[in-house]
Design a protein around this ligand. Structure first.
Ligand SMILES: [Zn+2]
Length: 445
């Protein structure tokens, strides 16, 4: 084997064929081969033996709001990608809104790429945005390398990113289906939201009542109908309502091109535990009851839910006022997704292989990142090395997020990321982060 410069060895390497002792040979940032543990280290190659720590493919988080430029005080490419690296994530795909400009034209995409270029500690791709008036921009954005398009069906929370009504959704979907693109959708129905009781309150129950399950169920049902009619590929973002799982399962069985993600907060936090005024727990759709969470885990076990991604959507502390109706909605968790999910997954009898399927292979497949998401020859040498039995208690000051507000503060979690590797280079060594070496990714390159 020529030009192997690194061999990463562990008694537990998670490959698509299962977990086994292995030596991963890396050449030029790419996995050259996954060899038996005892394989001889080629001359000139450096050996890193991580013992019994588990080597996972680097995680892929396809739902991150970096907000840069424009709302960089909320987050930014420097801080977000450092948090990702610290959390075992080697690729993020940035959401098109909350930055100024939003990623809704090729010109705007270039502005964002220019800002990200020197700050990326992990690889960064971009979603485009579908607005009522930018159908003409969708094809050029696709050609420029975005991984798909995000739209809202209810107000997004920011004026510059208006939602689509059903007719506008159909028009954008038809355009995107024309080039076999992907539409990713914030699915809450605006009519159901408008009909729900809305009131100023510091009590979580009032907020929960204002974002009913029906809003999600109806929007998802309509979306599936449109995808079926137009032959379009659609993805349901941040599923919270477990009531929609049978709809999605039936649509998949019937051949409708629909996928779905859920998020660590829906899978590890419950409405019952949220204190009054604790708006670090506010997001839309909302965290629901424990019984709903159990059903979401069943959806993961059944394969109806394809992936788990953070929906990291931070803001400054001043926007997290105690009134749930007016506080900024968004939960900050980029650095904590893996341990949060692993802690709950192991409690429910799932394996780290399951976690890899949901948090690395699944999101990579969703975005079409075919060099990511698995430890096998030909893929990028991106790894998260984890001590799955070690625990830590979340102290917000240890987070790399720009704003150290998190719904996970004080939680004791299993799974310590001991190192993170990007294309064969160690970018995180027990929390010490290397200089930026991330690349800006474009679809099909
Ligand atoms: Zn989001």
């Amino acid at each position: 084997m020529v030009d192997v410069n690194l061999v990463l060895r562990s008694t537990r390497v998670i490959t698509p064929e299962g977990t086994r002792p292995a030596a991963i040979a890396v050449s030029g940032g790419t996995i050259a081969a996954v060899l038996p543990y005892e394989a001889e280290v080629p001359a000139g190659a450096r050996l890193e033996d991580v013992g019994d720590d588990v080597v996972l493919p680097g995680l892929v988080d396809s739902h991150v709001h970096v907000n840069d430029p424009g709302r960089t005080e909320w987050e930014g490419f420097w801080t977000a990608t450092r948090a990702a690296a610290a959390g075992g994530i080697t690729t993020i795909v940035d959401m098109p809104l909350n930055s100024l400009p939003p990623t809704t034209t090729v010109e705007n995409l270039r502005v964002k790429q220019d800002v990200a270029r020197t700050k990326a500690h992990v690889d960064v791709g971009f979603w485009g945005g579908a607005l009522p008036d930018n159908v003409k921009d969708l094809r050029p954005l696709h050609d420029a390398g975005v991984y798909g398009f995000k739209c809202f069906l209810s107000p997004s929370g920011v004026d510059e990113f208006p939602e689509l009504d059903q007719e506008q959704l159909a028009r954008s979907l038809a355009e995107i289906a024309g080039f076999d693109g992907l539409m990713i959708v914030h699915a809450e129905d605006p009519h159901h939201l408008a009909a729900a009781p809305q009131k100023s309150s510091e009590q979580y129950a009032d907020f929960l009542a204002s974002r009913p399950r029906d809003a999600e169920n109806t929007a998802i049902s309509n979306l599936i109908g449109q995808a079926r009619r137009l032959g379009a590929r659609v993805h349901v973002l941040h599923l919270s309502s477990s009531d929609a799982l049978p709809l999605i399962a039936a649509a998949k069985a019937e051949g409708v091109k629909v996928t779905v993600e859920s998020c660590p907060h829906f899978l590890t936090l419950t409405a019952e535990e949220i204190p009054d005024g604790a708006t670090e727990f506010k997001c839309c759709p909302p965290i629901r009851e424990a019984v709903n969470q159990d059903a979401l885990w069943q959806g993961l076990a059944d394969g109806v839910i394809d992936c788990i991604v953070s929906d990291h959507s931070p803001s400054t502390a001043d926007l997290k006022t105690p009134d749930f109706s007016s506080a900024w909605g968004g939960i900050s968790s980029l650095q904590l997704g893996l341990p949060a999910i692993w802690t709950e997954a192991r409690r429910r009898g799932h394996s780290l292989e399951d976690v890899v399927r949901w948090m690395s292979a699944g999101p990579a497949r969703l975005a079409g990142l075919d060099r990511k998401g698995a430890i096998e020859a030909g893929r990028d040498a991106d790894f998260a090395v984890v001590d799955p039995d070690a625990t830590f208690t979340v102290d917000p000051v240890e987070l790399q997020h720009r704003n150290r507000i998190t719904a996970y503060a004080g939680k004791t979690l299993h799974g310590v990321v001991t190192s993170t590797w990007l294309r064969g280079a160690k970018i995180n060594d027990r929390g010490t982060l290397a200089e930026p070496s991330g690349r800006l990714l474009e679809r099909n390159n």
